[in-house]
Design a binder for this molecule. Structure first.
Ligand code: PEP
Ligand code: MG
Length: 325
């Protein structure tokens, strides 16, 4: 199987009925690029920039961040690099002195909320990302959105930084796409409203499942309840994909579910065309894409969505995956 997968490196991720799928990689640090090249991913769907801020007492300055972004961009000429703005707080702990909440970190001042409070820190990152955007195809992605006002405030800060760069004659991509993660149920339920203000969406299933099912993603005592196939989760995913399609913007998935072969066919059937995952999962997912007829999967996914009980969902998904899977 390993040899068969290796042979797929240079094959396209295209279904039997001719549908092209983007298979992108998730990275945490520039050091992860080796795996990305090994899998020949078609770009970066999630660059978790908070890892540059971890295990240290002071945040990286603009130059250090700029270098870390440009390094990745330069290694992928012509391919999209989706840089997520700082997603600190909750399960992503940093030793930097920041006002993250202690009461209930997962529901507190984290990610974009923290950035909009710590505007100084945030603008340094935005400057580094914008400067890096002059060197390739960069997409800027906002984590943990829960209301549209947050988008407006981030866009306002991006415009401010762009004007500063313009004034000082520093190059950047004036058309940099600004997208948002759909990982809070509120955002998924109103994905059509979010889609109207964003250039792309990306579904973060790790948090979306946590918040939808009210189970802490790092608490082992409740992980038996962590179910990507829960009808509520599937409905939120389907709603998000449909909202992006209606708005005519791309939608990706970058949570663990996107790199799990048990869900690939179902997600293809629901209309997902961009999957971002740990590079080690990419060739297996590509194999499934190439073996799939999307038209059939669409019908089977509709049956899954119409199923009335969890066992039926499980059974239908297993059937989609075939006995040998
Ligand atoms: C997610 O929540 O699914 C996601 C991709 O972001 P992270 O795992 O970094 O929170
Ligand atoms: Mg998340």
């Amino acid at each position: 199987l390993q040899r068969e997968l290796k042979a797929l490196r240079t094959s396209e991720a295209i279904s039997r009925d001719g549908v092209t799928v983007q298979l992108l990689a998730n990275i945490e640090l520039p050091e992860d690029m080796a795996g990305v090249h090994q899998a020949l991913a078609s770009g970066i769907g999630l660059y978790r920039t908070e890892f540059l801020f971890m295990n240290r007492k002071t945040p990286p300055d603009e130059e250090e961040q700029f270098a870390a972004y440009v390094k990745v961009i330069r290694e992928l000429p012509g391919q999209p690099v989706t840089i997520r703005t700082l997603d600190l707080g909750a399960d992503k702990h940093a030793d930097i002195d920041l006002p993250t909440t202690a009461v209930n970190p997962a529901l507190g001042l984290r990610a974009v909320r923290l950035c909009l409070q710590e505007v100084g820190l945030f603008k340094v990152q935005l400057r580094a990302i914008l400067r890096a955007s002059a060197f390739g195809t960069v997409r800027l992605m906002i984590p943990m959105l829960s209301n549209i006002d947050e988008i407006a405030r981030v866009v306002e800060l991006v415009r401010e930084v762009q004007e500063e760069l313009l004034r000082t004659g520093v190059d950047f991509d004036t058309d940099i796409p600004i997208g948002g993660m759909i990982e809070v149920p509120a955002a998924a339920v109103s994905a059509d409203l979010f889609a109207a203000h964003l250039d792309f969406l990306s579904i973060g299933t790790n948090d979306l499942i946590q918040y939808t099912l009210a189970i802490d993603r790092v608490d082992d005592t409740v992980n038996y309840l962590y179910d990507p196939l829960h009808p509520s989760v599937l409905r939120l995913i389907a709603m998000t994909i449909d909202a992006a399609d209606k708005q005519g913007i791309p939608v990706a998935m970058c949570g663990e579910m996107a790199g799990d072969t048990r869900y690939t066919r179902l997600l293809l059937g629901l209309g997902l065309r961009e999957f971002s995952m740990h590079p080690s999962a990419l060739l297996e997912i590509k194999k499934i894409v190439r073996e799939s007829a999307i038209a059939d999967l669409k019908q089977q996914s509709a049956q899954v969505m119409a199923a009335r009980d969890p066992r039926a969902v499980q059974m239908l998904v297993e059937r989609m995956n075939g006995d040998g899977d």
